[in-house]
Design a protein around this ligand. Structure first.
Ligand code: DC
Length: 335
């Protein structure tokens, strides 16, 4: 038998919010722990005193978790405690290690019980990594770390300072002085360049291409990989990039490599950019994709390559939901 912990928060005390939050929390616990209704022995909730509109236990019953005993209680009012918080303990008849689930900013009170889970997703530009990773992060209640954003921030700084990205020393000069920081605001990754939020400015085709060039320098990779490892060590996250499974986290348990033909990837990028108002032609997007593929795959240090133990998914004929489902299924089979 295992005890699985979980917690979530709501934004206002209303029956609807309690019902949705409890349903999400229990479904997520069942998903990541691969438990069925019949495996559950009992579910116990506690909620902060500011939740008065609905019993979490009743919400669980309404969400279909009705085959086991349910219990709710109210926590004492403690100064400084997280507001509008629902905590749960699920006792389940499983042998596997329990995976605890914290959603909507709820804090882990027992850090020693919580295993950090990292998922590595590598692949070429336009293979669908970022969309897929965002959805999985949301489903699993973990962070999404877009490592490409870090290389993009360096590229942006090179552009701003008129540094020649083909000149190692001039890039080195830029990198030595800049400070890149990743923060999460409302669950969204924010990339800070010397304290300035550049999350939107790093999404231009020019930045994409220069990022591919500057990311080939050893001193650039060293600095960025250290930052990525530091985040991954402390936090459960899904990371996407080019070298996560091969170089950043070679011991990671869950590794995926997404791919698709250059033409299909270019078409996806072209459609996205067109939707955003860009007038770039399909041919020019395809040529950029090919140039970045060549650069990313042929650089000397940590080139784009699938890890031997990665699960390869060709997304050419798959939609986003199918890719997400396949990754989640593979994770569930391994836990
Ligand atoms: O994933 P992206 O398009 O945002 O990445 C931009 C560039 O950064 C990409 O062409 C190669 C580089 N990159 C890398 O070398 N290693 C990573 N882990 C992520 C990105």
């Amino acid at each position: 038998m295992r005890a699985i912990r979980g917690a979530t928060t709501i934004s206002t005390d209303s029956p609807e919010e309690v019902k949705v939050a409890v349903k999400d929390l229990l479904e997520q616990i069942a998903l990541v722990n691969r438990i069925e209704q019949e495996d559950i022995i009992c579910i116990m909730f506690s909620s902060t005193g500011d939740i008065k509109s609905f019993y979490p236990a009743k919400a669980a019953r309404e969400a279909g978790f009705s085959a086991c005993p349910l219990y709710s209680s109210t926590e004492p009012d403690i100064q400084g405690a997280l507001k509008l918080c629902i905590r749960v303990m699920v006792l389940a008849e499983i042998e596997r290690q329990a995976h605890h689930v914290y959603l909507n900013g709820a804090k882990v009170l027992r850090k020693d019980l919580t295993e950090v889970v990292n998922i590595a997703v590598d692949g070429p530009a336009g293979s669908g990594k970022s969309t897929v990773c965002k959805l999985i992060a949301e489903k699993m209640g973990i962070l999404y770390l877009d490592t490409g954003a870090m290389y993009r921030a360096i590229a942006l700084q090179c552009i701003r300072q008129n540094a020649d990205y083909a000149e190692k020393d001039s890039v080195k000069h830029v990198v030595e002085k800049l400070k890149i920081k990743i923060e999460y605001r409302d669950g969204r990754q924010v990339t800070l360049l010397d304290g300035e939020d550049v999350s939107d400015q790093i999404r231009t085709p020019q930045v994409s291409l220069i990022a591919s060039y500057v990311s080939a320098y050893g001193f650039v990779r060293q600095k960025m990989v250290a930052l990525q490892r530091e985040i991954a060590k402390k936090t459960s996250c899904i990371l996407d990039g080019r070298d996560i499974g091969t170089n950043v986290l070679p011991d990671c348990r869950f590794k995926f490599y997404l791919t698709a033909s250059a033409e299909i990837r270019a078409k996806r990028r072209y459609d996205d950019e067109k939707y955003k108002g860009s007038e770039q032609s399909y041919e020019s997007v395809l040529s950029e994709i090919n140039e970045r593929d060549f650069q990313d795959k042929n650089r000397a240090i940590a080139p784009l390559k699938q890890a031997d133990d990665a699960i390869v998914i060709d997304t050419s004929d798959m939609n986003i939901d199918e890719v997400v489902a396949e990754i989640i299924k593979s994770i569930q089979e391994k836990v």
